[in-house]
Structure formats: C-alpha cells, structure tokens
Design a protein around this ligand. Structure first.
Ligand SMILES: Nc1nc2c(c(=O)[nH]1)N[C@H]1C(S)=C(S)[C@@H](COP(=O)(O)OP(=O)(O)OC[C@H]3O[C@@H](n4cnc5c(N)ncnc54)[C@H](O)[C@@H]3O)O[C@H]1N2
Ligand code: MOO
Length: 397
C-alpha cells in the first residue's frame, strides 16, 4: 500500500536513503551461511559444497592400461605369458624382457612393463607378438589425474552432474552441502488478484510469478506466493509463521506513519538493516532481521521496482545464506543515451551486444516491459557522466 510522503530522500524518521552499493553490501553481509548437512550424492545435485572436495583415492588408483593390447617388457618380439582383465587378478610377477601380457583397458599394468602396444599396432604369430614399444606409451600412471588427498573443488562450488560423477569416482557416497534457503513470498494489496484479467481498479499480481523463478535461479526454494489483503494484523501473523529462512514482502513498503511493514517489523522487534535505498526504481525497499534470525526483505509494489529491489537486496541475501561471495561485477559501456540521476543510482534495463549494453526503454517502475526485453540491468551511479557501468544479469530461467 502506498503511503503518501513528501519527504524523499529524507524520510519522516529523519534519515536519508542508503547509497545503492552500500545497501547491496549490507545485504551480502546480513547473514551467515545456513548450517551444512551431509547428504547422499543423489540428494546433492544443484546444491553448493559446504566443504572442500578431497580425493579419497588416487585417480587412476594404480598404473593401468589405456588400451586393449599387450603390456610388454623391453624391446620385442615378445612371448605372451599371460593375460589381465580390468577387475581381474593382477599379473603375479614382474614382467621380464621379451615377455608380454595380454591386457584390457583399465587393467593393472604388471611391474616391469615398459609400454602397452594396442592390438592394431602388433603382428601376432601364435604366442609371439611383435611391434614398436615407445616407453610409457598407453600406461595411465597412478594419481596422474588426481592424487590421493588432493582438493579438487573448493567450498561453495555448485554440485553439477559432472561434480557428482567426480565425487563418486573419488570414493564419496555423501557430500557436505548447504541446504537451499527457503523463501516465503507474501504479496500484499487489496487490489492485487492472482489469476485472470483484472477488473477495473484491480491489478494482476505480476510479482509472485516473477519471484519464484528468480529465487530458484539464485539457488533458493520459493514457497508458493501467498496474497495478503492490506492490514497490519494479517501481515504480522504471516511474518511470525515459521518455515522460511527469508520472508519477502511485496507492497506496503513505503515509509511513514501508516506504513504497515515498518510498523509490524517494529512490533515484532526486528532490527532494520536497510530502510530505503537511493535508487530508481525501488527506493522504498527494506531489509530487516526478526528476533529469531529470519530475514525480511521488503520490495516495493511496483513490479519493475520490485525486480530492481530483489536484485539489490534479496539475491545478495540468498548468496550469503548459500555461503557464496558476491560475483565479480561485469562492466560494459552503454551503447545508447542514458541520463543519470543527480542523487540516486539508476537501474536501467539493457540488452548486451557486441557494441555495448543497449538501453531497451520501457523502464517505468510500474511496468516490466523493458525488463522482459532486457538481459541485464545497468547500474548507472548518481551523477554518472559516461564510462563503463556495472551490469546485473537478469536470470534467463
Ligand atoms: N508520496 C509518495 N508516494 C510514493 C512514493 C514516495 O516516495 N512518496 N514512492 C512511490 C514508489 S517509488 C513506489 S515503488 C510505491 C511503493 O509503494 P508500496 O510498496 O506500498 O506498493 P503499493 O502502493 O501497494 O503498490 C504500488 C503500485 O504497484 C501496484 N502493485 C502492488 N503490488 C503489485 C503486484 N503484486 N503486482 C502488480 N502490481 C502491483 C499497485 O497497484 C500500485 O499501482 O509507492 C510510490 N508512492
Ligand atoms: O520503487 Mo518506485 O519507483 O522507485 O517504483
């Protein structure tokens, strides 16, 4: 619900909106990572490692053949004196000069073998084999890919399908990972409807459908958005409900005496970390910590302002809960006219191209039209007069 206020940028409480970058840094530092859990490999996909991944075995675990053929001792021709298969018994003694052992890919190469000659590079006459042996050729040495105890991935790495395969190959059955932060989304406003074409005086909820995938793209798990009517009591009750690490409240974000979100946060004894940001759009955003530790992110009701605020406060909070550092800022020139604001940072929808970031327009706070055409928001600092700007990627899915 909008609260009429003529006090921007200085609020009724007498404080100025925070500079945008400071607000983002406060959000990134607002919480410790969630407590890690040890889960089976099958449950770890898509999570972040909470501890370095170490090799429990060397890879390969022994000197093994890289080809099907003959492991040979010294220069040829060689007498075939046995055979070894992957998973079978190793050859029981050292291979002497002039001796060969028929060998399968992956089988342990006998001691004394100088190289492996693939079948197709040999000539065979009964048990006599000849061919050219290049010392060391086609033998994968123990630990040549990974040595035992080596750290192959550091804490914070995303567990991809390849990481699961690597972890299994290195002998792991479980991994220590961070749980997905659970995010509850409360969409407030008597005028907001959840489906269909809105009647006169109503608007269709544009924020709930946007936030769930945005949160998923940031490794969070969004509970189904809940629509709440305007009113302090219902908001207070919803904020007090357990089950989420972060509660996002959309709407009711403006400052002032009739502001439900701030009033409710005060009654709940929350510590307010961010109370208004010098950014356009999205200035009435807020971040607070409830006494139990749960974080509350307040997003403005205007949908593009809500998206800009989510990128400013919500995504850094989700990264912090996941134990991930803030990403390196991507810089780009702007390939189109953009006017800076004298005091506020502007977040401008752009499309990244070889020429630079092209402003796509349609960037009014109440409309997602520009953001839907864009793949990033350009961060245009107050008083900017040209030069590269930071880009905040808009998750594609
Ligand atoms: N006197 C002042 N008035 C306003 C100021 C100000 O500084 N002084 N700031 C403006 C800005 S900027 C914003 S943003 C809004 C924020 O207000 P609220 O967070 O309380 O949001 P509402 O008033 O409920 O809604 C604003 C606007 O967005 C529409 N809306 C709300 N929720 C949704 C939704 N889920 N999906 C689509 N559209 C939504 C709502 O109908 C309003 O049109 O305050 C300004 N006013
Ligand atoms: O947050 Mo408002 O413009 O900045 O929509």
């Amino acid at each position: 619900m909008t609260v009429l206020s003529h006090t921007r940028p200085e609020s009724a409480a007498g404080h100025a909106d925070l500079p945008w970058d400071r607000a983002r840094r406060l959000a990134a530092a607002a919480t410790l990572p969630l407590v890690a859990a040890e889960v089976p490999l099958s449950s770890a996909h898509g999570r972040r490692l909470a501890a370095a991944l170490r090799a429990l075995v060397a890879l390969p675990g022994a000197d093994v053949s890289a080809m099907d053929g003959y492991a040979v001792g010294g220069p040829g021709p060689w007498h075939v004196v046995g055979g070894v298969l992957a998973g079978g018994s190793p050859f029981p003694r050292e291979l002497g000069p002039g001796e060969a052992v028929e060998i399968a890919t992956g089988a342990a190469v006998p001691a004394g073998a100088v190289c492996v000659v693939p079948y197709e590079k040999t000539e065979q006459a009964g048990l006599l084999v000849s061919g050219h042996c290049e010392p060391g050729r086609h033998i994968r040495r123990r630990g040549e890919n990974v040595s035992e105890g080596e750290v192959v991935l550091t804490s914070g790495a995303l567990v991809t399908p390849a990481v699961l395969g690597l972890a299994a190959g290195l002998g792991h059955d479980t991994l220590w990972v961070r749980p997905r932060p659970i995010v509850s989304v409360l969409v407030t406003g008597d005028e907001v409807v959840g489906s269909g074409v809105p009647g006169a005086g109503f608007v269709r909820d544009a924020v709930g459908p946007m936030l769930s995938p945005l949160i998923a793209a940031a490794d969070g798990e969004a509970l189904p958005p809940r629509r709440l009517p305007d009113g302090a009591e219902v908001l207070e009750a919803a904020l007090g409900e357990p089950g989420a690490d972060v509660v996002v409240v959309c709407g009711a974000s403006s400052k002032g005496p009739a502001d439900h979100l701030r009033g409710v946060l005060g009654r709940l004894g929350a510590a307010v970390l961010v109370d208004g940001v010098a950014v356009r759009p999205g200035h009435p955003q807020a971040l607070a910590r409830l006494p139990g530790g749960r974080l509350v992110v307040g997003l403005p009701g205007n949908p593009f302002a809500a998206l800009a605020a989510a990128l400013t406060l919500l995504l850094p909070v989700l990264r912090a809960l996941d134990g991930r550092p803030e990403p390196e800022g991507e810089l780009s020139t702007l390939a189109g006219p953009v006017r800076a604001h004298p005091r506020d940072t502007r977040l401008v929808p752009v499309w990244r191209s070889a020429r630079g970031a092209i402003p796509v327009g349609h960037d009014q706070p109440g409309s997602l039209r520009g953001a839907a055409m864009a793949d990033a928001l350009a961060v245009v600092p107050p008083g900017w007069e040209g030069g590269p700007v930071e880009l905040l990627a808009l998750p594609a899915r």
